[in-house]
Write a protein of this length. Sequence first.
Length: 256
Amino acid sequence: MSELADGPYVHALERGLAVLRCFRDDRDQLTISDVAREAGMDRAVARRFLHTLVALGYLGTANSRFYVRPRVLELARPYLDSVTNVDVIQPHLQQLTKEVGETSMAFVLDGYEIVFVAGVQAKRLVSVHVVLGTRVPAYCSPPGRVLLGSLSPDQLDDYFCHVELVQRTPYTVTSENALREEIKKVAEQGYSLVDQELEPQLRTVAVPIRDRGGKIVAAASIGTTLEVAMEHLGGELLSKLKTAAAEMERDLALIR
């Protein structure tokens, strides 16, 4: 019961999840030392957590390295099974990408970051590789700014109190005052257009997706390379994105 010494918070569970979070698409096979270093724990402790996860079927091991097994998906199943918005949004994004030949995605706000929940990545957009569940800073991404624009003043104050505004590229806006003005502008105009603030070579436009009550529940975006002019991204592609979002909202209204 020592894990509960400071109340209902179970530190062992926190550390076990920290071990799982060490595995990413760019680090899919890790040694005990890798996990210990990244999770900030002793090697012996990391070893016990890793072998426990192997015994439970969430990790596999070979040649002194550990890797994620498909059973990890079971942890996300209760959430995914309860989310019907994704089922509605995904086909529209598939059609949008087929029509415009560009990457289309949908994100939701989770805490102080946005999470990729649906979409199709165009083959020619190679500057950024994301998979479902990828978390992205909200302040420097168009979907993030759209979602931040839906927050109350108190919620937005809380956001800026907890988020470090990192200069991710030479174009990233890191001034809180400038970002507040931009978020306000995005909320008023109904879209966000950003050129290389999140990642180099990436241009993105995003619009809100609302439920039948008018609440913003997600943001849809189109991402392009520098081959696409900002005028085209903020013109024809934005128009098609708005049309797709309107169709998503129409279908979402039918299931609520």
